[in-house]
Design a protein around this ligand. Structure first.
Ligand code: CO8
Length: 371
């Protein structure tokens, strides 16, 4: 039988940081650093830091602001990281709270209760704790029977998670899957690094997937085709590991997101356009006949290039909607946020593509059709 996405949910964190606020804190940090190290800089022993700028950020990426779980430390030049209580026995990790909030909304939209669901997939870039699984705690919080597991593949965690839900339903492993995608990215970013301090925000998305027969048609999208691709690259990486305590001299920014942004742009773009061209040709689908492309939200210029290659012209605003201006890059959630936000104008039979691309490299895509 056909498998559908019957509802989606979005959890928006409580705080906004605009580029202006973020850059003000960063530039103050830079001034403080340069002042404190003036003698060493003068002597050529330490390199002076350089200001960031809101104009650069918006022009290079399309990002105007981001939502965050914890704001105070991020806009304090003496702190420059999110400040929050350490997760320990008896406390609930942010990823669980965020995931549960998004899950409840997806369940409501799909008209499902905990009793209807028998499988939970939590797919995200980070795990706040390696075990017990975030997914199992979310399962417990929501009172769901059956089983749950965590998975992730950075930027494509969401699409790969949705595809895992789809294949489990196709195989009969589950009757109704709750997919949860909490991206608590801000602790994984070095807010003192000019090249990347602006890139990410926090968010959570969720979705219900089930056979078409059991689904309410109202918000349902039939999954017509799925496609996945990976090719190793360390142009986007973090080195943080559970084994870090074994080493002396662990670098201060070992945990942090690092990328060669230009290289990523140049290498990933042709991989993505070839991938999508292949998927469209394999499914005898004309790009121009798609009503929408809900694309990964890392860089607005990259998305425009990709769509231009596929359509032979620049997209109209609603052909490839942008949420990056408001949310920044949310690791894997961008394409799902776009899908959640921009689908109400779909008529039965209208088609679109949900596609992620990024670290790994990894690319994941679902061709869907409004029921
Ligand atoms: N303010 C002012 N100027 C700046 C700044 C800044 N903040 N940063 C850099 N500059 C300057 C540089 O110094 C450089 O100056 P010069 O030309 O004099 O050397 C100039 O601006 C241009 O710098 P870049 O070449 O670095 O700038 P780009 O135009 O390439 O833009 C981007 C940088 C925005 C990073 C761009 O390369 C990009 O977006 N590339 C695509 C990257 C991409 O898609 N990455 C995937 C992201 S990974 C993902 O989505 C999830 C991964 C896992 C999540 C982890 C969560 C924490």
């Amino acid at each position: 039988s056909n498998i559908v996405i019957s509802g989606t949910g979005l959890f928006i964190p409580p705080h906004v940081i605009t580029n202006e606020e973020l850059v003000a804190a960063f530039n103050q940090y830079v001034d403080n650093f340069n002042e404190k190290n003036a003698a060493a800089i003068e002597a050529g022993e330490v390199e002076a830091l350089t200001h960031s700028s809101p104009e650069f950020i918006e022009k290079a990426s399309g990002i105007k602001a981001r939502y965050v779980m914890y704001k105070d430390g991020l806009v304090n030049p003496d702190i420059m990281h999110p400040v929050f209580p350490m997760t320990q026995e008896g406390s609930t990790p942010e990823m669980v709270t965020m995931g549960v909030a998004a899950a409840r909304k997806a369940m409501e939209q799909a008209g499902k209760t905990a009793d209807d669901i028998d499988m939970v997939i939590v797919s995200s870039t980070f795990r706040q704790r390696d075990y017990p699984g975030m997914s199992v705690e979310i399962q417990r919080e929501l009172g769901i029977n059956g089983f749950a597991y965590d998975m992730g593949i950075a930027c494509s965690s969401a699409t790969f998670g949705l595809i895992n839900a789809y294949t489990a339903l196709k195989a009969g492993t589950a009757k109704c899957v709750l997919f949860v995608n909490p991206e608590f990215t801000t602790p994984g970013l070095n807010f003192k690094d000019r090249d990347s301090h602006f890139i990410f925000g926090d968010v959570a998305t969720a979705a219900i997937l089930e056979p078409e027969e059991t689904a309410k048609p109202e918000h349902a999208f039939r999954i017509l085709n799925t496609k996945q691709f990976t090719q190793y690259s360390d142009n986007i990486r973090t080195d943080q590991s559970y084994a870090d305590y074994c080493f002396d001299n662990v670098p201060e920014d070992r945990y942090a997101f690092k990328q060669r942004g230009r290289k990523v742009f140049k290498e990933l773009l042709p991989l993505v356009t070839n991938f999508l061209e292949q998927q469209l040709s394999e499914t005898h689908q004309d790009a121009a006949a798609l009503k929408r492309m809900w694309l990964h939200q890392a860089n607005v210029n990259m998305n425009m290039f990709a769509v231009k290659k596929l359509l032979g012209r620049l997209p109209e605003a609603l052909e490839a909607p942008v949420v990056l201006d408001e949310f920044a890059n949310t690791a894997s959630s961008g394409s799902v946020i776009a899908f959640h936000r921009y689908q109400d104008d779909f008529q039965s039979g209208d088609r679109g593509i949900i596609c992620s691309f990024g670290a790994g490299y990894s690319i994941g895509s679902l061709l869907v059709e409004k029921v």
